[in-house]
Design a protein around this ligand. Sequence first.
Ligand code: 13P
Ligand code: SF4
Length: 307
Amino acid sequence: MDILDKIAAEKKRLNAVIVSHYYQEDEIQDLADFVGDSLAMAQYCEKSEADVLVVCGVRFMAETAKIVNPEKTVLLPDLEAGCSLADSCQPAPFQQFKSKLNDPYVVMYINSNPEIKALSDVICTSSNAEKIIRSVPKDREILFGPDRHLGRYLMQKTGRPMTLWQGVCIVHETFNEKKILALKLEHPDADVIAHPECEETVLQHADFVGSTSALLKYSQTSPKKKFIVLTESGILHQMRKASPDKTFLEGPNDSGCACNECPYMRLNTLEKLYQCMRDGKPEIQMPEELRKKAYIPLRRMLEISAA
Ligand code: 13P
Ligand code: SF4
């Protein structure tokens, strides 16, 4: 049996579904039962009737699946698949930061650890962040974390001042403004589309800013035929599949290579996906008390998103 057959057999044996983020390698996206952004993955996992959720993404995505589905087994092909944003925000320094403010309302990006979610009032993703910020009571001071670029972008969009935790995404921070301008000159017919985790100097050259799913949708519905894509290159697979007649160029970065791959996301491979299903590990586990606390702001996010 080849690896795809072996994965299919394990899926049947476990009554599992494979849920993938757009930043996974093409082969994983193609065999997944569902491919989406971090919000859609959480919503899909919440509704799933499978016994086992195999999350092909990073750890905070698998932890989110567990928080909304405590009774299900949640597997992640590589437990080392972290996120620079989640890593930047640890409970003790975060609590200290929070204590300096006047009882702030904490809006936390889903790219965070369960311990930080448990200290938050509401969670957001890049696709619902504006709606979430607008739902915060007007008289409350907002503490937003951990992504300072998304936070700054949201302040500009909503006009709402916020105190920002200073985390960054190591992938989106590498896009290089000068090289983007050069690429734009070379391709004046292209639209620049960017994820809000990019720096302000980069976002100012974007024709459209949005979450991974919003960028995908824009590329499908826009009359433009060419796009310079400023986010992780995994999304280009879905863009090319959805619009085979259009051209998608990877955004240029500081290192000179055109491979804008998230090193955490790309730890997951087909082989590790098969092995984790075969062995039933790595499995996401967390203390029930922590899960319950982290569930409260996550539930709030899901309710606001659905409204
Ligand atoms: P999305 O919520 O847009 O899928 O983004 C997740 C992420 O990790 C971006 O780097
Ligand atoms: Fe985290 Fe950035 Fe990777 Fe997304 S692309 S998982 S924000 S490190």
